[in-house]
Write a protein that binds this ligand. Structure first.
Ligand SMILES: CC(C)(COP(=O)(O)OP(=O)(O)OC[C@H]1O[C@@H](n2cnc3c(N)ncnc32)[C@H](O)[C@@H]1OP(=O)(O)O)[C@@H](O)C(=O)NCCC(=O)NCCS
Ligand SMILES: CCCCCCCCCC(=O)O
Length: 203
């Protein structure tokens, strides 16, 4: 079964709140202690928001069922998820029947080396994008092996292209490749082995 690609961020509801949370995370990392902001006040206001959300959140099991409603892509994952503040988020488009491509610009929360993307963040983006390419191509599974090569530092603050392509399906073994590029230069390349396995969605 071929999945639909994630359909993007909605302008209201939780998506808008998540977008605001991303701004908060970015602004906190940007500020550090080099700010005139009253951090005691900031802390109090953020805790008040968290108190409100925690007091009104649904039971975990109900939310898990809700997260996995339907058969298609989710809105909560940590890469594309418009309901997840730790997702940058990446937005994908189809290139062909087995290839997808996404664009994203990463800021300070994703820093590893100076002004460069953390290697683990690159791994996250590639693991997920290879997985979604498999769903798009019609045969998906869980990651069994992910081999990465870091060719060049991946820059923060400029558009990155994340590409993935399913290259073969052999029984349960699915092979997929991908890369992160900046300005047309490959920064990280990936080869993945996925095994067709489909943990049940909570219902
Ligand atoms: C990957 C996983 C599904 C394989 O377990 P399994 O379903 O029991 O599959 P099997 O052990 O029967 O292996 C199936 C085939 O894949 C191969 N395989 C499995 N894991 C492999 C790996 N890491 N590297 C290379 N080959 C592997 C096996 O050798 C076997 O090949 P064969 O059919 O030629 O003998 C299982 O180890 C797993 O669930 N791992 C966790 C996955 C995960 O959390 N990924 C991140 C989130 S998506
Ligand atoms: C059919 C749906 C495909 C979704 C792909 C999600 C990739 C998850 C990768 C991972 O958890 O390591």
């Amino acid at each position: 079964m071929t999945i639909d690609l994630p359909s993007g961020t909605r302008p209201a509801g939780v998506d808008a709140a998540v977008e605001a949370a991303r701004r908060v995370i970015d602004a906190l990392v940007r500020s550090g202690d080099m700010t005139d902001a009253d951090m005691a006040s900031v802390t109090g206001r953020l805790n008040a928001v968290a108190d409100d959300l925690e007091a009104t959140a649904p039971p975990l099991r109900d939310r898990l069922v809700d997260m996995w409603r339907g058969d298609g892509m989710t809105r909560h994952d940590p890469v594309t998820g418009s309901e997840n503040p730790i997702a940058p988020p990446v937005a994908y488009g189809a290139v062909d029947s087995s290839t997808i491509e996404g664009t994203v610009t990463l800021g300070l929360p994703y820093q590893g080396p100076p002004s460069s993307v953390h290697g683990g963040v690159s791994a996250l983006l590639l693991d997920h994008t290879l997985g979604v390419a498999n769903g798009w191509a019609g045969e998906s599974g869980v990651t069994a092996e992910l081999t990465l090569r870091y060719h060049h530092l991946t820059p923060l603050f400029e558009p990155l292209t994340v590409t993935a392509r399913q290259t073969s399906v052999d029984g349960r073994k699915i092979r997929t490749t991908g890369e992160i590029a900046a300005g047309g230069r490959t920064c990280v390349s990936a080869e993945g082995l996925f095994i067709a396995k489909h943990p049940p969605r909570p219902r």
